[in-house]
Design a protein around this ligand. Structure first.
Ligand SMILES: C[S@@+](CC[C@H](N)C(=O)[O-])C[C@H]1O[C@@H](n2cnc3c(N)ncnc32)[C@H](O)[C@@H]1O
Length: 333
């Protein structure tokens, strides 16, 4: 069996959501896109993840739990010493771990982001209704939030990630625990429109400021949602009361992928002009090194290196440091 056989087959076997009311037209369009994306999993730089994942032994317990914000797969003692070595190697090869915390059979993976803090804010401030809903998590990364949703009993949670390396985190998780409510798709934010009016609830967190065309992406989100469906949006922005966006030069926080950073008033206008109503801003928070920091599971620099050491309200480039804005809206009917 070649890698592409294995992983594209596993990926393509994943049902699209027809059993949850997805239209036949949407299913055809989504299947076409999947056929295009599946071969990406066999790119040469993905092969070591394929080899690692194939060597993993599924643990006896197949357990999953959330414990004080840590997503736990399996338990200590589930795997023998040799299998633990293979597991540790597979986890280490997946560095840098951006979202977490996770624990696999007793191995703590302390990721760069304390994603549990963001999730707690979302659940306390926005309180989205998850039970029985068809949900998309756009840019789901290693699916941390997807697993956090399970305790609220969703009907379906589709994690969308166009970056194929995240398929391997998904695969790793499914070696420990399988749940038919969870789906993973190699799709990006703009592909959500292909679902047609479908999702009841969409999470779009940490994505909008990375989009060159944020209004188009918001319109595509709206197109994938049913009228009245709920959007939970968390984005980096700038502090202040004006209806302004910062559009930085080629680097912001040392990276080229930052485009429009709205103040909250501008974010409201962006949502209003892209097909949303009942727009609410629930909170605006500075980013701290408690929430984003370098750990043993991260090979790159982190927040502390991106802010001016003498003035943490500025980036190293001299721009205002970002805040995180928590918003919600409904798709206009
Ligand atoms: C800053 S992370 C946010 C992850 C997570 N949603 C969170 O809030 O913690 C951005 C994520 O978007 C993913 N991504 C990249 N291009 C994307 C696209 N076109 N559509 C959706 N997500 C994308 C990245 O791979 C990455 O996992």
């Amino acid at each position: 069996v070649t890698p592409v056989d294995t992983f594209s087959r596993i990926y393509l076997e994943n049902p699209t959501g027809r059993e949850h009311g997805l239209s036949a037209g949407a299913e055809t369009a989504l299947n076409g896109l999947r056929q295009e994306r599946a071969p990406l999993l066999d790119r040469p730089y993905n092969r070591r993840w394929w080899r690692n994942a194939a060597r993993l032994e599924p643990p006896a317990s197949g357990s999953f739990a959330v414990d004080e914000g840590t997503v736990r797969f399996g338990r200590p003692g589930d795997l023998d010493e040799g299998a633990m070595r293979v597991l540790y190697g597979a986890l280490a090869d997946l560095k840098s771990w951006r979202k977490g915390p996770f624990n696999y059979a007793g191995i703590e993976v302390d990721a760069e982001w304390r994603s549990d803090l963001k999730w707690t804010r979302v659940m306390e401030l926005i309180r989205p209704e998850i039970g029985g809903r068809r949900i998309a998590d756009v840019g789901c990364n290693n699916l941390y939030y997807v697993y956090r949703m399970l305790e609220h009993d969703p009907a379906l949670v589709v994690g969308l990630e166009p970056v194929e390396r995240y398929f391997f985190y998904h695969y790793l998780n499914t070696r420990f625990y399988r749940d038919s409510r969870i789906r993973f798709e190699l799709f990006g934010i703009d592909d959500l429109a292909l679902y047609g009016p479908f999702f009841d609830l969409v999470f779009c967190m940490g994505i909008l400021y990375h989009r060159r065309n944020p209004l188009l992406s918001l319109e595509n989100l709206a197109a994938g949602m049913r009228p009245g469906g709920e959007l939970v949006l968390e984005t980096a922005g700038i502090p202040g009361d004006g209806e302004l966006c910062l559009f930085p030069g080629r680097r912001y926080m040392k990276a080229p992928g930052w485009w429009f950073l709205p103040a909250a008033g501008a974010l409201v206008n962006m949502l209003d002009r892209s097909g949303f109503e009942e727009i609410k801003i629930h909170g605006i928070f500075p980013l701290t090194v408690e929430e984003q920091r370098r750990t043993d599971w991260v090979d790159t620099q982190s927040l502390e290196h991106f802010l001016d050491p003498d003035n943490p309200s500025r980036t190293v480039e001299g721009y205002p440091a970002p805040v995180r804005i928590y918003a919600s809206a409904r798709r206009r009917s």
